[in-house]
Design a protein around this ligand. Structure first.
Ligand code: HSE
Length: 402
């Protein structure tokens, strides 16, 4: 069977590499025998051994009736959305690693795929090489999912690990992440939580059945974190991770991406470097954790190629996959109405008696600054109390029950 790959960057070239490296093995997993790349679409010059496959004209792919599956690894919304839509309308299944595309246009593209009796799949869009989409939308279908939470950005986890383990400052750790090729072209998407936000939108839609758009999710990155936060959280028995969390509360969900304290004894605390982990709490299975490499050429290509084989095996047999409903305005509730504990760091001259009066007797960490954990209460109410302390408050970070 023939496929095409649109976008020959890190992931796209990895996909071609894995298909070639494992060609024989893959042919035995595929109902239709060997899977070969017929076209690579890219605007840049390519001089490697696959140069003869390169086209700069999307219509070569669109109009070739031998190409049944198209891989989209271009990234970005445009022209990825237009190209993917055209392929689905032309009866070609599409595999993508593009989380922005799925988070913004997933429902539209799933609907288009269903209407045209083809598949639109995206295992590689969340957590790189870790199988998370299939387990959540397949193996766990017998459960009512209560919560999905994860470390789903490798770059920020790499930076935080360096800050926690080596006392490295944020900027040095970011530079190292870029040198290692983990960060997005513009690291803002990683460090400000935008990438993790797109991924939790996809996981929320799969877990809870309605599209969730990035604009509906409160998102805060790690760029304002200081080494003191990491150190004081450590003294209290926690590590700080960038967590994406989505929790069912009645008919609504609460979704956020924020730095958060997790107990040192938690499974999530052990997820270091560029690794990712997705934790699911569900009413039959209990709690599970899926762990592994969340970024990188071959791990991400592994997920894409798995999808390619699945699409070939489902040629002319569309899968029931994804979600059916669009977001409703009130589906995502105001996260500050949920209960949490907060880690608070303040200047050393803060009024401790006042703090104890506001929050009950708390236990202080006293160093250059002071820090404490609030009791669990509705976040809005906790923040109203913190406002009384004015500009003495230097940082406020969620504390989780993980
Ligand atoms: N920049 C992303 C990350 C790549 O660091 O997780 C994988 O989506």
């Amino acid at each position: 069977m023939y496929i095409a790959v649109m976008g020959y960057g890190v992931v796209g070239s990895g996909v071609v590499k894995v298909l070639q490296m494992n060609r024989d093995h893959i042919s035995r997993k595929s109902r239709h025998g060997t899977i070969d790349v017929k076209y690579i679409l890219d605007i840049k010059e390519i001089n490697d051994e696959n140069a003869h496959l390169v086209t700069k004209d999307f219509n070569d792919i669109l109009n070739d009736s031998e190409v049944h599956v198209v891989v989209e690894t271009m990234g970005g919304l445009h022209p990825a959305f237009e190209f993917v839509s055209a392929c689905l309308k032309a009866g070609k299944s599409v595999v993508t690693s593009n989380k922005e595309l799925v988070a913004e246009k997933g429902l539209e593209l799933l609907t288009l795929a269903r209407a045209n009796q083809v598949n639109f799949v995206f295992e590689a869009s969340v957590a790189g090489g870790i199988p998370v989409i299939r387990p959540i939308s397949g193996s766990l279908n017998g459960n009512e999912i209560q919560e999905v939470a994860g470390i789903i950005n490798g770059t920020t986890n790499f930076i935080l690990t360096k800050m926690i383990d080596e006392n490295m400052d944020y900027n040095t750790a970011l530079k190292l992440a870029q040198e290692n090729g983990y960060a997005e072209k513009d690291p803002t998407a990683d460090v400000e939580g935008i990438d993790a936000c797109r991924k939790i939108c996809i996981l929320s839609a799969l877990a809870f059945g309605k599209h969730v758009y990035p604009g509906q999710v409160y998102t805060q990155g790690i760029s304002k974190l200081e080494l003191k936060d990491v150190e004081y959280a450590g003294d209290l028995g926690y590590v700080i991770k960038l967590l994406a969390r989505s929790k069912k509360i009645g008919d609504q969900i609460s979704v956020v991406v924020t730095p958060a304290l997790v107990k040192k004894s938690s499974m999530l605390a052990c997820v270091n470097g560029v690794n990712n982990a997705v934790l699911v709490r569900a009413n039959a299975v209990g709690e599970i954790l899926m762990y592994g490499p969340g970024a990188g050429m071959l791990p991400t290509a592994s997920a894409v190629v798995g999808d390619v084989i699945d699409c070939c095996n489902h040629y002319m047999r569309p899968k029931f996959f994804g979600w059916l409903e669009d977001a409703s305005e009130d589906f995502v509730r105001d996260y500050t109405e949920s209960e949490t504990s907060l880690f608070v760091r303040l200047s050393a001259d803060s009024d401790k008696a006042k703090i104890n009066e506001l929050f009950g007797n708390v236990q202080f960490i006293e160093k250059e600054d002071i820090a404490f954990l609030t009791p669990v209460a509705v976040e809005k109410e906790l923040r109203e109390k913190l406002a009384v302390l004015g500009d003495k408050v230097k940082s406020v970070i969620h504390v989780t029950d993980f």
